[in-house]
Write a protein that binds this ligand. Sequence first.
Ligand code: HEC
Length: 130
Amino acid sequence: MKKTAIVTLMMMSVLFAFVLVFNPQRASGSKNPVSAATGTPLPDSVQQFVKKTCMDCHADGGNFLAKGKVNFSEWDKYSPEKQKEKAVSICKELTKHGMPTGKWRKNNPDKVPVQADIDMMCRWALSLQK
Ligand code: HEC
C-alpha cells in the first residue's frame, strides 16, 4: 500500500515537472500571457487604407466569408505567424487586383486602390516577414 503511494507520488512529480518544462507561461503564473502570442497592431497608414477599402466586408459585421479569411477587427489578436501569412495574401490579392471584389469596385470607384496603396501594403507585408 505504502509502495503504491510512493509510486503515485513519483508519477505526479514527473507530471508536474513536465508541465513546468513544456508550459512555462502557465506554470510561472505570468501576468501577461497574451502579449507573447499576439502580433503587432496595424500601422496608421495600413489601418486607414483597410478601413476605407476592405472593412466593409473584412470586419465584425461584415461579409461572413470575408471575415473568415481576414478580419481586420480581430487583427491585433492574430498571432505573429498568422499576421505574416495574412499580410502576404493581402499583398498578393492587391497585386493581382483580386480584392476588393469587382462589384465593390463598381459601387465605390472613388475608393479603388491605386498603385501607391498597393505598394504601401506590400511594403508593410514585407516588413512583417522579419
Ligand atoms: C465586397 C466585399 C469585400 C471587400 C470590400 C474586400 N474583400 Fe477580401 N474577400 C471577400 C470575400 C467574400 C472573400 C472570401 C471569398 C474569396 O476568397 O473570394 C475575400 C477573401 C479575401 C482574402 C483571402 C483570399 C484567399 O483566397 O485566401 C484576402 C487576402 C482578402 N480578401 C483581402 C482583401 C483586402 C486586402 C481588401 C481591401 C483592399 C479586401 N479583401 C476587400 C470580400 C471582400
